[in-house]
Design a protein around this ligand. Structure first.
Ligand code: UD1
Ligand code: CA
Length: 460
């Protein structure tokens, strides 16, 4: 941690190539807006809150970022040099000329803290006034080209749109990440002119300016170009997502999680999973999902904001949203746990069971084909196949309470509001509209009638 370092994050551009109503930095990858990854980097490297330069959709960006940054507004997007200059009123009163300034792009989320530390170390070690991050690309595309002299020293950056044919062939490009000595930043930016193809104030022009003034400039080449991948299109966003997924799974494996086929799972960077849990293929885990140790998550499971204890088995095709599942429970295959579901220890919710606002006590079971909504299910209750809580009367949602140890026969309807007392039995096929006292048996089916030889007499 370094309070001699200020960080500026450029995020005023809309990102037209995204073809989106949403500004580029708020697009999400692996469960978080891409700007969050950049804010993490800033927080990792400096004790000072970064200064974020905002413009397009500034209210939305400010709301999403909150107190994690200070803000400077760039009313018109006149180029990256002009953007950085907007941070001057925030940083100059704090004596920025004696500090280092790290400039990051809000749309470059994959840079690692290790690489940025290497950049900062190289800056100090070489006594540079400016050190930038570069990368080598087979297809340098629209990136700025790094021009070096015969001795290999970096002399200037030329934007693709301004480059000669020879310069366009240069395969070393500007990653858009820089460390400046604060003394060489803002005054030079004030002297920039926009005489280039895009009529913009280029931050990249500062390299030649600083060097021509007799100061040292240098570059660090990043090992893996993915670290400098900028999100300019949906294709870039997908690549960023894939890389974050790869990092998430690699980290989880290092922490003791088994993946049967890691390239098929989708796991948000916000998800935690305990050691010795096994994740089958085609599992999607999103949001604030927390999975404990020794669990098994079978194929096709989709969990959003679900908390799971230890030794829990989630079987094929189960979908759950905002649910809590405690230790040693078994769920699925093909169960649907909707918000407000809480399954206690050793519970079992089987195939084609839907739950909503339903709390199951320890050892309770609903093994087959049921809808349990707005319900309290006591410990060791057994809910037979095909049981339905009729919780909705067309106007209100009503509550079903099933006390400890009760037994609900198959194909019963419990018309709420209704209470089944402790240890009571409901006969199969019953429609229960009144409370059942503890230890009672309730039956509400029409008695069976048998017509002897009916089939023989039936007209053909
Ligand atoms: C820039 C560099 C290029 C480099 C590339 C790396 C310049 C002139 N060129 O090009 O050498 O290879 O990044 O990704 O700097 N922004 C503002 N206000 C502006 C303009 C841009 O805040 O007026 C922000 C954008 O929102 C974005 C960042 O600055 O976060 C980079 O801008 P962008 O237009 O994407 O620059 P590139 O053309 O990619
Ligand atoms: Ca860019």
């Amino acid at each position: 941690m370094n309070d001699n370092l200020e960080v500026i994050i450029l995020a005023a551009g809309l990102g037209t190539r995204m073809k989106s109503a949403t500004i580029k930095v708020l697009h999400r990858a692996a469960g978080r807006p891409i700007i969050d990854y950049v804010l993490d980097l800033a927080a990792d490297l400096s004790a000072n809150a970064p200064v974020m330069v905002i413009g397009h959709q500034r209210d939305k960006v400010q709301e999403a970022v909150g107190s994690r940054a200070r803000f400077a507004v760039q009313e018109q997007q006149n180029g990256t040099g002009h953007a950085v200059l907007q941070a001057a009123p925030v940083l100059e009163p704090d004596g920025v000329e004696k500090k280092r300034v790290l400039i990051l792009s809000g749309d470059v989320p994959l840079t690692t803290p290790e690489t940025l530390r290497r950049l900062l170390e190289e800056h100090e070690r070489s006594g540079n006034a400016l050190t930038l991050l570069t990368m080598k690309l087979a297809d340098p595309a629209m990136y700025g080209r790094i021009v070096r002299d015969a001795g290999g020293a970096v002399t200037r950056i030329v934007e693709a749109k301004d480059a000669s044919d020879d310069e366009k062939r240069i395969d070393e490009v500007n990653a858009g990440i820089y460390v400046f000595d604060g003394a060489h930043l803002f005054d030079n930016l004030r002297n920039l002119s926009p005489d280039n193809a895009q009529k913009e104030y280029y931050l990249t022009d500062l390299l030649a300016v600083v060097r021509d003034a007799g100061h040292r400039v240098g570059a660090v080449v990043v090992d893996d170009p993915v670290e400098a991948l900028g999100v300019n299109s949906r294709a870039d966003l997908a690549q960023v997502e894939i890389e974050i997924q790869r990092r998430v799974v690699t980290r989880l494996m290092a922490d003791g999680v088994t993946f049967r086929n890691p390239s098929t799972v989708v796991i948000d960077s916000t998800v935690t999973i305990g050691a010795d849990t096994v994740i089958y293929p085609f599992v999607t885990l999103e949001g604030n999902t927390r999975i404990g140790q020794d669990c098994v998550i079978e194929p096709g499971v989709h969990l959003v904001d679900v908390t799971i204890g230890n030794d829990v088995h989630i079987k094929t095709g189960t979908v759950a949203d905002n649910a809590i599942i405690e230790d040693q429970a078994a769920v699925g295959p093909y169960a649907h746990l909707r918000p407000g579901t809480k399954l206690g220890r050793k519970t079992k919710v089987g195939n084609f069971v839907e739950t909503k606002q339903a709390v199951f006590g320890e050892g309770a079971k609903a093994s087959h084909l049921s809808y349990i909504g707005d319900a309290e299910v006591g410990a060791n209750v057994n809910i037979g196949a095909g049981t339905i809580t009729c919780n909705y009367d067309g106007k209100n949602k009503n509550k079903t309470i099933i006390e400890d140890g009760a037994f609900i026969g198959s194909d019963s309807q419990l018309v709420a509001p209704v209470r089944i007392g402790r240890g009571a039995y409901v006969g199969a096929g019953s429609t229960i509209t009144k409370d059942v006292p503890a230890d009672a048996l309730a039956l509400s089916r029409t008695p069976q009638r048998v017509v002897e030889d009916w089939a023989k007499r039936k007209p053909r």
